[in-house]
Design a protein around this ligand. Structure first.
Ligand SMILES: Cc1cc2nc3c(=O)[nH]c(=O)nc-3n(C[C@H](O)[C@H](O)[C@H](O)COP(=O)(O)OP(=O)(O)OC[C@H]3O[C@@H](n4cnc5c(N)ncnc54)[C@H](O)[C@@H]3O)c2cc1C
Length: 372
């Protein structure tokens, strides 16, 4: 148990956005990862009590948010690029457009075992951003780069989770806001990277040695890496089962302030679940919500095919536009099992026995179905 003054925000409620680390003038803050929660811990020996961390933390002082003013469903106007992205590939289309107009793109990729953020003007590098990574990423190292690019008069597009957009916007402030465009992802919640490492370890995969990891191919959710494909594509592996069943996120995700229609970004993107465009669905369709005129301009300046969408239906089908995820009833048990040293897959089996059994049956039947 921490004393109140030892933490930036309430115990176990840190999103890991990394703003406090960047705003602290004496490098007194670090993020503690407990797997089931994170904390922004203040080193009292270094702290000069300037209070900047408390006054700026988006968990304590919310960042301005707005409701969408325009909404669409759509996809990138290039079938190969659409195929390579998780959903409709609109994030990639925004990024390409900004680079072609001379700006920088800042987003998340896997490098040296970390889901880190990078600023780039290189179209080849953009390919490494593609794909949803269903794990907590760490933007802390990129804040100062974003600020310096903006100070030099560059346009910067930041694509990330809503809690990360909130952190970046607070750090940049109104003065430099004009050239910053933000895109956030509708977010279900994120597990700690420690869980992903524990899961991969069972297959002798060291995340540091992985160059490519995929969590999803369109509607098919499962993990594969350049070292090892964990299971057949049509079967949920145990990491994916834990993720989709809301078993494995950090504590703060279950009371997420951003799981609503008031968005902190210029554009919000997600999947267009419940779409009326049945023939396009398997190819990936994005839901696109524009909160600002800056966002609308970015959309119209990008190579994206847009179609009208029924917003009420989209909200109904996408829970995280109206409420945070609910913790699974066995979530506490899950982390207790891991703490006791049970293997990741075993802990999931004990908490989600029916789901695991269903996937086991599917795995057995799959070769028979394919034989026909
Ligand atoms: C943890 C998580 C939970 C999600 N939950 C939902 C949901 O409940 N409902 C829904 O409709 N959509 C959800 N999404 C969004 C969806 O999976 C797609 O990422 C989104 O629709 C963009 O698709 P795209 O084809 O345009 O993106 P792509 O062209 O594939 O690019 C994806 C972009 O997102 C960035 N990105 C990917 N993972 C992360 C990450 N962990 N942290 C920061 N940035 C990241 C990439 O760097 C890249 O810029 C979630 C995404 C994530 C990462």
């Amino acid at each position: 148990m921490y004393k109140d003054e030892a933490l930036v925000c309430d115990q176990n409620m840190c999103t890991g956005c990394g703003l406090c680390i960047n705003i602290c003038p004496v490098n007194a803050i670090s993020i503690e990862d407990l797997s089931y929660a994170q904390n922004a811990v203040i080193d009292s020996a270094k702290c000069i009590k300037c209070n900047r961390c408390h006054l700026n933390c988006p968990q304590k002082v919310p960042v301005n948010a707005n409701k969408p003013i325009e909404w669409y469903q759509g996809w990138i106007d290039n079938s190969q690029d659409r195929k390579q992205s998780s959903s409709g590939g609109v994030a990639y289309a925004f990024a390409k457009g900004v680079i072609r107009r001379g700006g920088f793109v800042v987003s998340c990729l896997l490098r040296d075992g970390r889901f880190m953020f990078l600023a780039t003007q290189d179209e080849e590098e953009l390919k490494n951003f593609r794909g949803s990574k269903y794990v907590k990423s760490d933007p802390a190292d990129v804040y100062k780069t974003v600020k310096s690019k903006l100070k030099d008069g560059n346009q910067v597009l930041f694509i990330g989770l809503p809690c990360q957009v909130a952190g970046i916007r607070r750090f940049i402030g109104e003065e430099l806001d004009e050239n910053l465009i933000t895109v956030d992802l509708i977010c279900h919640g994120t597990p700690s990277i420690r869980l992903l490492k524990q899961f991969l370890k069972q297959y002798d995969i060291d995340l540091e040695k992985v160059n490519m990891i995929s969590f999803r191919e369109k509607q098919s959710f499962s993990i594969s890496t350049d070292i090892n494909l964990i299971g057949p594509r049509q079967i949920y592996d145990r990491y994916t089962l834990a993720f989709l069943n809301e078993l494995s996120y950090t504590d703060n995700c279950y009371s997420c302030n951003y799981a609503c229609m008031e968005r902190v970004s210029d554009i919000t993107i997600g999947d267009s679940w419940g779409t009326d465009l049945a023939t396009e669905e398997r190819k990936g369709i994005s839901l696109i919500l524009c909160q600002s005129h800056k966002g609308i301009s970015l959309l119209h300046d990008s190579d994206i095919i847009t179609k009208p969408v029924d917003i009420n239906n989209a909200v109904r089908k996408n829970n995280q536009l109206s409420r945070p995820s609910f913790p699974h009833k066995n979530r506490e048990r899950f982390f207790k099992y891991l703490d006791e040293g049970k293997k990741f897959n075993r802990a999931v089996l004990l908490c989600l026995p029916k789901d695991c059994l269903r996937q086991g049956v599917k795995r057995t039947l799959l070769p028979i179905i394919h034989e026909k």
